[in-house]
Design a protein around this ligand. Structure first.
Ligand SMILES: Cc1cc2nc3c(=O)[nH]c(=O)nc-3n(C[C@H](O)[C@H](O)[C@H](O)COP(=O)(O)OP(=O)(O)OC[C@H]3O[C@@H](n4cnc5c(N)ncnc54)[C@H](O)[C@@H]3O)c2cc1C
Length: 464
């Protein structure tokens, strides 16, 4: 029986671990933290459960390839709840975009009747791309999302509406590939869900499944070295000096961090190692977790709420103010989260300081940013101000501290339509027996990371 080591117990690592254990491999998942789950961990403050990286999941429609993969993992039986709409604020205008392709198309056509044909083309193209087998998507990776969007949709406001939900992706006019934009947008437009038990429900399920198929999860085990000999991987070493032998090592941590685990004299091709190590990371996230006096009125507030400041641009916004936020409301408790992208440069000055010892200036930055988030959120939730009991916030440094994510990146590495061959990462590496998985591979997010897991499993089946 072949022994597989998976480095990292994020959703990607656990999914790959489960799928291989189901196929009869002897699997050990190694996690440096004391708890599994990576980005999907939740935490408790004043008795309230807050999510970290699992708010909404787009694209989980029945019978899609991703749904079939979810079924293979038993994830389709979790307590998924569909949300009805996306609430989008652009300045003073508010749009209630319903979930469901037909409903969304009808709503957009009603709001922008002069763009009827363009909306039809938009939806058809997204659908074609989303249904394209992963190995045939190259042209869409090479196509530029902004160019396609601006050619297809001529009305500037409609373009904003169709970009408003994408604050979680890389809104760069030059860089963003059409494939990434289309997958995320089509997923959210056709079906958006939340899992009632949050990220913890997903992770608990995967851990139990791994165990059921005789897989092993070891927490508190940080891998410090990937060992290879004669051109193939032979195992890993932990920070405590323990060595574990393996036939196959799969890394769920960021690809650059994986390369740093290889010895200088490893047989990994230097040119590959250099390319992967130099891939830039996507921005991090600033999150404000807010305790409220009472739950928000939940008439329509089950879905994502996006707020964009009037007069700002969604694409290539270099303004350091908080101009774009995503609000997540908790249906069963008096709390909300506000998320906004945050660059590493804003916090880099404190990256060498231990947690809790970053000083007043850092605390002031967090306070200022949290206030800007809350002020912008008032556009959508005017009653928020009087409702706030307490707030907590986190920056990219928090992610770097807990998950060792590169530069506190929330979503892994960038994909660049101008150089897709160098930015798109395949699961197989030039070092025999070493594979990659996780959000940096195909796409980020729960669905994107699951796609990567499927991609890694397929590649392994072909190579073995
Ligand atoms: C703020 C935020 C909000 C998000 N919201 C959503 C959302 O609403 N919907 C959605 O679909 N997606 C969301 N995402 C994205 C989603 O959470 C991630 O794409 C996904 O969870 C990434 O999973 P992963 O397995 O690739 O990596 P990770 O979750 O990062 O897992 C990597 C694991 O490896 C461990 N590790 C690192 N180094 C080592 C080492 N040397 N040895 C052993 N273990 C190691 C880490 O501790 C971690 O547990 C969000 C992300 C963030 C940051």
């Amino acid at each position: 029986m072949q022994h597989v080591i998976v480095i990292g117990s994020g959703i990607g690592g656990l999914e790959v671990g489960c799928l291989l254990a189901q196929q009869g491999y002897a699997v050990t998942v190694l996690e440096q933290n004391i708890r599994p789950g990576g980005c999907l961990q939740s935490f408790v403050r004043n008795g309230l459960h807050f999510e970290t990286g699992c708010h909404f999941v787009g694209g989980l429609k029945r019978w899609t390839p991703i749904w079939k993969l979810f079924r293979q993992l038993g994830l389709n039986h979790l307590s998924w709840k569909s949300v009805k709409e996306h609430e989008i604020y652009i300045g003073d205008n508010c749009y209630h975009l319903p979930c469901g392709a037909r409903q969304a198309q009808a709503y957009l056509t009603k709001c922008f009747p002069h763009q009827k044909e363009a909306i039809k083309t938009y939806m058809q193209t997204l659908r074609t791309i989303a249904h394209c087998p992963l190995d045939q998507t190259t042209p869409y990776w090479q196509q530029n999302a902004w160019e396609w969007l601006s050619q297809t949709i001529t009305d500037e406001r409609l373009r904003d509406v169709l970009s408003a939900m994408s604050i979680i992706i890389d809104m760069d006019r030059q860089r963003l590939p059409l494939f990434e934009y289309a997958e995320v947008m089509y997923g959210f437009i056709t079906s958006t869900k939340r899992v009632q038990g949050g990220g913890e429900e997903i992770i608990t399920h995967l851990c139990q499944r791994l165990k059921r198929y005789n897989g092993e999860l070891r927490c508190g085990c940080e891998v410090s070295r990937i060992i290879d000999a004669n051109g193939r991987v032979t195992g890993v070493e932990l920070t405590n000096g323990e060595r574990i032998e393996a036939d196959i090592v799969i890394s769920d941590i960021q690809p650059a961090a994986t390369m740093r685990l290889l010895d200088d004299n490893s047989s990994m091709r230097p040119v590959y190692k250099r390319r992967i190590t130099n891939l830039p990371s996507m921005p991090g996230c600033f999150t404000v977790n807010i305790q409220l006096r009472e739950p928000l009125r939940t008439d329509r507030r089950q879905g994502p709420i996006y707020v964009h400041r009037a007069g700002t641009t969604i694409w290539n916004d270099t303004d350091k103010r908080v101009n774009h936020i995503l609000i997540y409301t908790y249906p069963n408790q008096s709390a909300i989260d506000i998320l906004t992208p945050m660059d590493w440069q804003e916090v880099e000055a404190w990256c060498e300081h231990p947690m809790g010892q970053r000083g007043d200036e850092y605390d002031q930055l967090k306070k200022k940013k949290a206030k800007q988030c809350i002020d912008l959120a008032l556009t959508a939730i005017p009653e928020l101000q009087e409702q706030i009991v307490q707030t907590w916030s986190s920056t990219p440094l928090t992610w770097q501290h807990y998950l060792r994510s590169e530069k506190g990146s929330a979503y892994g590495t960038y994909k660049d339509c101008r150089s897709i061959a160098t930015t798109l990462i395949t699961p197989r590496t030039p070092l025999e027996g070493l594979y990659l998985t996780g959000q940096s591979l195909v796409l980020h997010g729960i669905v994107g990371t699951t796609m990567s897991a499927g991609f890694t499993i397929n590649q392994l089946a072909i190579s073995n």
